[in-house]
Ligand binder design. Structure first.
Ligand code: SAM
Length: 426
């Protein structure tokens, strides 16, 4: 337990210093090969939990401190303990005792352990009143930075509170059945035979009642199924691919949407990504799913002159790099790592990418612009501007029960947040 807490404290410190959570945990596993799967699971749960509720826990802690703690790691340790006291079922005395022992290890003296013990006991005595106080402060109540709350309130006056709360939920585990190999109902029966309950959402999407390790999924290694959010599964059907079409996936790695395109029709696919190491993940996915031939390019969608052979494409998927504000349920670190100015940096890249890819599309062809963002600067505002500058482009409706006005899919307990704009060349 103490080792788990200390590694969690370390991971949180690294993320709050600016590192990406997935990378931090990967590094933790690499350096601590002796950790059991239970210990890894506990570190993951605590790290995700603290980052999900960071500003709420920090507000609670500030109200318990008379002056800053001598060591930042003690601060993070207390955040972990407050998270456990508020959101876990662990016995209160065990949480406090472990925190006190961890504090002694961290600071190397008994004073730290007494201080941590006193702060946590003080919290337990006043828990109800302190929690009620956090409701007065928006950043604490919603557990997001103020600029994020303000932006969403301005852009979604009706929905912003629901969006913020949805981003704090545990994400569902959703599967995409490879319909080239098995039907959805047959695969659901295979799941049931393994005592894994699932619910059909739409298309090839099955949401599991409880997440399981991928190794437990029947036929996973043989490519019967992939793990992919249900919102992400809307992209490939929207692009409306047919046999023999030349299709470009311009920002393809790790290949979630491009493998889906391949499952829908026998297309001539070119997959590209700027990052070679991400293309390795893509290749592994293509191999596992037994995908037929495809063209692989490591290159930039911002510079088609470096790699394009001059043959037009019938379909283009531009799943551009973005703020990822629609997937904070899976990546809670994003809330604290992003700065307001980052959005403008993303939109500059997105704007150029869309303009550079457009000439590669044939007449009558379709381009799907996609983000996993809920900020309108990266989405409908950017596409509206593009349409006003391009007379040969028109927006086709993105129809699906979940997609609201202007192609926006808002995050919910069933799926992540995405934006889709389907553009056709006249
Ligand atoms: C949203 S992710 C793509 C997810 C992918 N479509 C899927 O469904 O699995 C965006 C991708 O764009 C890539 N990328 C970033 N800048 C790029 C550029 N200039 N050209 C091509 N790819 C780029 C990133 O490496 C990242 O893999």
């Amino acid at each position: 337990m103490i080792k788990t807490q200390l590694l969690t404290v370390n991971a949180i410190g690294n993320v709050l210093a600016g590192a990406n959570l997935t990378g931090v945990l990967r590094e933790t596993w690499r350096k601590n090969t002796m950790l059991s799967s239970q210990q890894r699971g506990a570190i993951q749960d605590l790290t995700y939990g603290v980052l999900r509720y960071y500003s709420q826990l920090d507000t609670l802690l500030q109200s318990l401190l008379h002056k800053p703690l001598p060591d930042r790691r003690l601060h993070y340790l207390l955040l972990v303990s407050l998270y456990q006291l508020n959101y876990s079922k662990a016995p209160v005395h065990a949480i406090v005792n472990h925190a006190a022992s961890s504090a002694r290890m961290l600071a190397g003296n008994r004073g730290a352990s007494g201080l941590v013990n006193a702060i946590l006991r003080n919290f337990i005595r006043q828990q109800e009143m302190l929690l009620a106080q956090t409701k007065q402060d928006e950043t604490a109540r919603y557990a997001y930075p103020q600029w994020w709350i303000d932006k969403l309130r301005q852009q979604y006056p009706q929905h912003y509170a629901g969006i913020l709360l949805a981003g704090n939920q545990h994400p569902p585990m959703t599967l995409r059945v490879n319909q080239k190999q098995i039907t959805v109902s047959d695969y659901q029966a295979r799941l049931q035979a393994c005592a894994i309950d699932s619910e059909w959402l739409w298309g090839s999407a099955l949401r599991l009642t409880r997440p399981v390790a991928v190794e437990q999924l029947p036929g996973f290694a043989e490519g019967l199924v992939s793990v992919q959010d249900a919102g992400a599964q809307l992209a490939a059907p929207l692009l409306d691919v047919g046999a023999g079409m030349r299709v470009l996936d311009a920002c393809a790695a790790p290949g979630g949407k491009s493998t889906h395109l391949m499952e829908l029709a026998d297309i001539k696919l070119t997959v590209m990504d700027k990052h070679a190491e991400r293309l390795t993940m893509l290749q592994e996915n293509f191999t596992r799913l037994k995908m037929p031939d495809y063209q692989l390019i490591c290159g930039s969608a911002l510079e088609p002159s470096q790699w394009w052979d001059g043959q037009l494409f019938d379909r283009i998927l531009a799943d551009v790099p973005c703020s990822a504000s629609g997937v904070v349920n899976r990546h809670p670190d994003i809330k604290w790592l992003r700065r307001p100015g980052d959005i403008e940096t993303f939109t500059q890249t997105q704007r150029i990418m869309l303009r550079k890819l457009w000439p590669l599309l044939c007449r009558g062809g379709k381009l799907l612009y996609a983000t996993c963002s809920i900020f309108s600067e990266e989405n409908n505002l950017l596409v509206t501007e593009f349409l006003s500058d391009h007379e040969d482009a028109r927006a086709l409706p993105c129809t699906h029960e979940t997609i609201i006005h202007h192609g926006q899919l808002l995050p919910s307990t069933r799926h992540d947040g995405f934006f889709y704009a389907l553009l056709q060349k006249n």
